[in-house]
Design a protein around this ligand. Structure first.
Ligand code: AMP
Length: 223
């Protein structure tokens, strides 16, 4: 499965928090040789600078709310229009609402495929979020209840952190926002004929295989 089309490929990942968008986005990015942009990571990076904007972002993220359109849209569009995206991109965390999806369309950002990671049992997602840790050095994500968390497989670091928003107080709000605002974007892309639904339950490599199969079926990559 390594013979990849030379055409640019623009991918959007849709799914509830904890569905594996970040993990699968990074895997796809390595496989396809195109950048993975996570708007959550982008916003957390700004928040970590401690700037006034960062503080404003942190307040919203930690409570499980979406950040304002004025903050998110310019950063996303600048990145998508930059040289690094000329061979395509994997967009994770944007669009999170119909109006953000329309914004991409209005800005002439073509989407080849919107991949929705579906997890029918909400308890699985909640468990994943409560156990999620990431390497402080490279950001690689693990589940705390696996022995992997002692040393990062990717960079060898031995310290891990949790996201402030992965807490019992913020998770219900985030899941509500996903259902009411973000999930309708799947229908938006379905109507445009570019949606693929992928079962996001199970281990990382099984979900990876499902996504790649969906891309092959759509003739976006070759087997
Ligand atoms: P994520 O890492 O994708 O779960 O995003 C973490 C948080 O960043 C979200 O809960 C929102 O507060 C914020 N965020 C990420 N992407 C967006 C977006 N497209 N629009 C508004 N807020 C966003």
């Amino acid at each position: 499965m390594s013979d990849i089309n030379k055409k640019p490929i623009n991918i959007v990942l849709i799914g509830p928090p904890g569905s594996g968008k970040g993990t699968q986005g990074k895997i796809l990015s390595d496989f396809l040789g195109i950048p993975h942009i996570s708007t959550g990571d982008m916003l957390r990076a700004e928040s970590a600078t401690g700037s006034d904007l960062g503080k404003e972002i942190k307040l919203l993220i930690d409570k499980g709310y979406l950040v304002t359109e004025e903050i998110i849209r310019p950063s996303v569009i600048n990145f998508l229009r930059s040289e690094v995206c000329k061979k395509g991109f994997i967009l994770d965390g944007f669009p999170r609402s119909i109006s953000q999806a329309e914004f991409l369309t209005d800005e002439n950002i073509h989407i080849d495929v919107a991949t929705q990671l579906q997890i029918s049992d909400e308890n699985i997602v909640i468990k994943r979020l409560l156990n999620r840790v990431s390497c402080i050095k490279c950001g690689c994500v693990y589940q705390q209840n696996t022995k992997r968390t002692a040393v990062c497989y990717s960079c060898g670091a031995q310290e891990f952190k949790r996201r402030a928003e992965d807490c019992k107080e913020a998770i219900p709000k985030r899941l509500d926002i996903y259902k009411s605002k973000t999930e309708p974007t799947a229908k938006y892309y379905e109507d445009k004929g570019v949606l693929v639904r992928v079962d996001g339950s199970g281990c990382v490599w099984i979900v990876e295989k499902r996504i790649k199969k969906a891309l092959i079926d759509r003739c976006l990559i070759r087997d």
